[in-house]
Design a protein around this ligand. Structure first.
Ligand code: AMP
Length: 279
């Protein structure tokens, strides 16, 4: 594996199919599953490790975000990455004059709770796509709204890349793997899997009465109350359309239940399908 610090170093044999995995590092099985999938599909795998300042709010964790390049490079090498692009902030943002803004699908949920977050994500991913020029790009469904935003961006801007959206990798107790899980103290870590249990329970109730126009509201309200009783601060928990992320009263075949909640001061997000589908 070669490490590239500058975009001018992003060169490789033209004939290869290029798979790209953008990340912010602190690798876990979620990241590695994307890299291995890229390796299985593509002749050449590029990953990026860039903690993108523009997607963090002013009171968020940009400065304390976990960073360990040497460990990450070793794990990526083992997962089959050919080139690791690990640029500086100055290399990515010599200026900040252009922003990619995806409308509609960014308005609710994470977009409402983290103002400017999706502008930062869309801008950096568009820039990285133009630097790497991949055929395929790999993202995790754990960040479900992010996947919907990027799908919209690629369609609306006619970016010539195929997105591969892959399942959430979880700890044995159901907690989705996340670089931010290290922030959980012991008590919060024990309670954190309740979030996925609440989601699955909610999805099961909606699935059992799919034509009942009141079930989504009842099931989501009860799930929120249960989580709040257990000490979570719930930002949202809702049944949504998989493409538009609009809230739904009755489920469609690809609907999801999405959630964001904090426990012990650590904010977690998760989602699950209502019917069978990629988790
Ligand atoms: P991040 O480093 O958090 O920006 O994540 C980089 C990529 O890994 C994104 O596409 C995430 O959706 C994906 N990812 C993060 N956690 C998981 C997980 N537990 N399972 C699958 N993919 C994940």
């Amino acid at each position: 594996m070669r490490v590239a610090r500058f975009k001018s170093e992003l060169t490789w044999p033209e004939a290869r199919t290029v798979g790209f995995v953008p990340t912010m590092g602190a690798f876990h099985e979620g990241h590695l599953s994307l890299m291995r999938a890229a390796k299985a599909d593509c002749g050449f795998v590029v990953a990026s490790l860039f903690v993108n300042p523009t997607q963090f709010g002013p009171s968020e964790d940009f400065h304390r975000y976990p960073r360990d390049e040497e460990r990450d490079f070793a794990l990526a090498r083992e997962a089959g990455v050919d080139v690791m692009f690990a640029p500086s902030v100055e290399e990515v943002y010599p200026r900040k004059t252009t922003v990619v803004h995806v409308s509609r699908v960014t308005e609710r949920w994470e977009g409402a709770h983290r103002p400017g977050h999706f502008d930062g994500v869309a801008t950096v991913v568009a820039k990285l796509f133009n630097m790497v020029r991949p055929h395929f790009a790999y993202f995790g469904l754990k960040d479900f709204q992010q996947c919907a935003v990027l799908r919209r961006m690629v369609e609306d801007l006619d970016i010539p890349v195929a997105l591969k959206l892959l399942p959430t990798i979880r700890e044995p107790d159901g907690l989705p793997m996340s670089s931010r899980n290290v922030y959980l103290d012991a008590t919060s870590r024990l309670r954190a899997p309740m979030l996925y249990e609440a989601l699955r329970n909610c999805a099961r109730r909606i699935r059992a009465h799919p034509a009942d126009g009141t079930i989504a509201a009842t099931a989501t309200h009860q799930a929120i109350s249960g989580l709040e009783e257990a000490g979570f601060k719930v930002d949202y928990l809702s049944l949504v359309d998989a493409q538009s992320l609009d809230p739904l009263e009755v489920p469609a075949p690809d609907s999801r239940v999405i959630v964001a909640a904090s426990i012990g001061g650590v904010r977690l997000i998760d989602n699950c399908p209502v019917f069978e589908g990629i988790a």
